[in-house]
Ligand binder design. Structure first.
Ligand code: GDP
Ligand code: ZN
Length: 361
């Protein structure tokens, strides 16, 4: 229990307050999801933490899994006076959301965390800067709606920090870049200063680059103060689970969910954002639908040949573009099947309705 935490500390805003007004009238209380464990949610409210389950209505409204609550979500709760589990009656609109492809059904978008303001893309300076991977993470970050900030960690192991930053800069454009080390502490206060009161951050990046180490440095106090929370496994036994959204004593919130760690490239208009230079060149291609592959008069290919566009960057663009097209194609197919199904169901219902009406006559 951290009763000293206010809604503003949790990221509540005037806009959210205004949007919530009708729900407040209905006797619902706002809260933010800090942990999901076997479909039970731990929700922080102005009065402290409660356990909650989703109301049947929320489940029904849920189109796919998108409308179900995730860590970071603001929800409207019906508080149970008897001390039993509370009910989540509504998931409030998300300002940003991180998604990935759900395992097995690769065209279903699964949201893993919501309402993240800044996403730190962490890479290590112990190895050569992997510009292509960095570009991919940027695509994911931009697509979420959160503001990306690149963090080059393990500065203590860097051979030539300035060169590494320049290399990263070539891939990231005007995205801010911070250089840190959890060993020497360099740059950590810059990271920390971005965690203003009520602002939510998350960290993504390859494993082993120091994300957990940075989180520990950022939330050290909060974690000591709150410790582990108790959850339930499938058989209803108590288990220990780590809080996935932590409020810092110094202000700011950090989201660290298992889902965030397995983020995959999902899709993106963000592709165009990240590859703005390629998109700019593409406007000069002879054909509107140029795939920048073997088409004549391709401005992108000419730029690569002339050395004006880095060929590895060009390859990376083609790869991401291919993945994106594949995802979109599959989704289109799914949508088509679903709309056919919907039409069938509707027709059947209409026929039934007509027959009933005829019989009543
Ligand atoms: P994660 O997989 O991204 O969460 O990475 P971890 O935080 O688990 O760190 C991976 C390893 O790198 C651990 O052994 C850390 O102690 C080490 N590490 C993290 N940050 C730094 C750093 O700034 N400098 C050095 N030299 N090692 C670091
Ligand atoms: Zn072209």
């Amino acid at each position: 229990m951290t009763p000293s935490v206010t809604l503003a500390d949790l990221g509540w805003s005037d806009e959210r307050e205004a949007a919530f007004a009708p729900l407040a009238v209905a006797g619902l209380v706002p809260g933010r999801v800090v942990l999901e464990h076997n479909h039970v949610f731990r929700v922080m409210t102005a009065e402290g933490e409660v356990l909650a389950e989703t109301a049947g209505a929320v489940k029904h409204k849920a189109d796919g899994r998108q409308a179900l609550p995730v860590v970071g979500d603001w929800v409207a709760l019906r508080i149970d006076g008897t001390g039993a589990r509370c009910q989540i009656r509504e998931v409030l609109p998300r300002t940003t959301r991180f998604s990935r492809k759900a395992a097995g059904r690769d065209t279903v978008e699964q949201i893993v965390a919501a309402n993240i303001d800044i996403v730190f893309i962490v890479f290590g300076l112990d190895t050569h800067v992997k510009a292509r991977a960095l570009e991919r993470y940027l695509v994911v970050a931009r697509h979420s709606g959160a503001r990306p900030v690149v963090v080059l960690n393990k500065a203590d192991l860097a051979d030539d920090t300035a060169a590494a930053v320049a290399e990263a800069r070539a891939a990231t454009g005007d995205t801010p870049i911070l250089v840190t080390s959890t060993q020497t502490g360099v740059g950590l206060d810059q990271v920390s200063s971005l965690l203003a009161r009520g602002r939510t951050v998350a960290l993504i990046g390859p494993s082993g680059v120091g994300k957990s180490s940075i989180v520990n440095q950022l939330v050290g106090h909060a974690e000591l103060a709150t410790g582990e929370v108790r959850g339930w496994d499938q058989r209803g036994r108590h288990t220990s689970v780590h809080r996935q959204l932590v409020v810092r004593e110094e202000g700011g919130l950090v989201i660290d969910t298992p889902g965030m760690r397995e983020l995959q490239l999902w899709e993106g208009d963000a592709v165009a954002d990240t590859f703005g230079d390629v998109a700019g060149l593409a406007e000069q291609c002879r054909f509107r639908d140029c795939r920048h592959d073997r088409e004549p008069g391709c401005a992108v290919k000419s730029a690569v040949d002339a050395g004006a566009l880095d060929s590895a960057r060009y390859e990376s663009y083609l790869q991401i573009q291919a993945v994106k097209e594949d995802v979109l194609k599959k989704r289109e197919h799914r949508a088509l099947t679903e709309s056919k199904h919907t039409a069938k169901v509707m027709n059947r219902a209409m026929r039934k309705l007509c027959t009933e009406r005829d019989q009543q006559r």
